[in-house]
Write a protein that binds this ligand. Sequence first.
Ligand SMILES: *[C@@H]1O[C@H](CO)[C@@H](O)[C@H](O)[C@H]1NC(C)=O
Ligand SMILES: *[C@@H]1O[C@H](CO)[C@@H](O)[C@H](O)[C@H]1NC(C)=O
Ligand SMILES: *[C@@H]1O[C@H](CO)[C@@H](O)[C@H](O)[C@H]1NC(C)=O
Ligand SMILES: *[C@@H]1O[C@H](CO)[C@@H](O)[C@H](O)[C@H]1NC(C)=O
Ligand SMILES: *[C@@H]1O[C@H](CO)[C@@H](O)[C@H](O)[C@H]1NC(C)=O
Ligand SMILES: *[C@H]1O[C@H](CO)[C@@H](O)[C@H](O)[C@H]1NC(C)=O
Length: 272
Amino acid sequence: MEITMIFMVSGVLMLLSSSANAQAVGSPLLSPTPAPAPAPDFVNLTDLLTVAGPFHTFLNYLESTKVIQTFQNQANNTEQGITIFVPKDEAFSSLKKPSLTNLTQEQLKSLILFHALPKYYALADFKNLSVANPVSTFAGGQYALNFTDVSGTVHIGSGWTSTKVTSSVHSTDPVAVYQVDKVLLPEAIFGTPPPPAPAPAPTPDIAPVADAPTSLTRDGSSPKSSPTKSSSYRIMSWGVLNYLVLAMSDNGGRQIAILRTELLDGNSTGCM
Ligand SMILES: *[C@@H]1O[C@H](CO)[C@@H](O)[C@H](O)[C@H]1NC(C)=O
Ligand SMILES: *[C@@H]1O[C@H](CO)[C@@H](O)[C@H](O)[C@H]1NC(C)=O
Ligand SMILES: *[C@@H]1O[C@H](CO)[C@@H](O)[C@H](O)[C@H]1NC(C)=O
Ligand SMILES: *[C@@H]1O[C@H](CO)[C@@H](O)[C@H](O)[C@H]1NC(C)=O
Ligand SMILES: *[C@@H]1O[C@H](CO)[C@@H](O)[C@H](O)[C@H]1NC(C)=O
Ligand SMILES: *[C@H]1O[C@H](CO)[C@@H](O)[C@H](O)[C@H]1NC(C)=O
């Protein structure tokens, strides 16, 4: 039995200025107030990626390649917006081969551009977007990604990389920032990936029938594998966890609050 769920994912970025909102208070006889134009929130990507994460490696690459300017410019462009897939620091540190060490500056730039789409997509949009596979990224035509929606989780394929969106860091039109498990490696740089090592057994992405008591031992690298898998783990496991990341930026004494949305699946049924 398949469970289709729509995750209502909303990222909220609030800028609370210390100065009170200068709304006219108290004189009800003012002429009809024009509908306050909802000024699109300006998202400073550098600040956002500094606070969330840890995304320091990606941010360093963004800055060293100057791609941050391209992305910020696009983020300011409220017509199209931007969608950025950000690998965590450990995704970079666990990257063994191919490695990024021998890339030219130009290739590095393309690799970082490869992590973004020049348009805002909410998570719910990826189901539709998948019919357009492969989807061109900010790096251009041959730098394309495949998207698939598996029960509400967005899976991303680059040929070399197969990963998924694990967290929505920020998703308010025009800016979406999603955390991914792995660095996206384009075929346009690394060539065609070698054929996969003879797989012991094809692991079905979706079990044909639920409740098959497969022990699901993926990569033996899970330090704490909670043995609390009941037959209903599939249902229990889909959930959304919201928490607030608060940080101060000394930027005019403003405070940034990020509503962070974690998409839980697999064995994360336990509490945190
Ligand atoms: C974003 O914030 C950083 C540091 O807080 C600042 O250096 C940078 O100029 C800001 N960028 C924009 C586009 O405002
Ligand atoms: C983006 O918009 C902010 C605020 O309007 C502005 O300070 C910044 O220079 C813009 N950055 C780019 C790259 O367009
Ligand atoms: C990087 O270059 C060094 C020397 O030029 C070479 O020994 C090494 O194998 C290269 N690494 C990769 C991943 O290509
Ligand atoms: C997906 O595409 C269909 C047909 O093209 C359209 O009717 C629907 O509104 C789209 N859904 C979203 C979430 O964009
Ligand atoms: C995307 O999927 C198509 C067909 O499903 C495949 O031919 C292509 O190699 C895939 N591209 C990437 C980058 O994964
Ligand atoms: C369970 O969690 C571990 C580490 O948190 C992870 O490596 C593993 O892939 C997860 N398993 C599933 C089925 O999601």
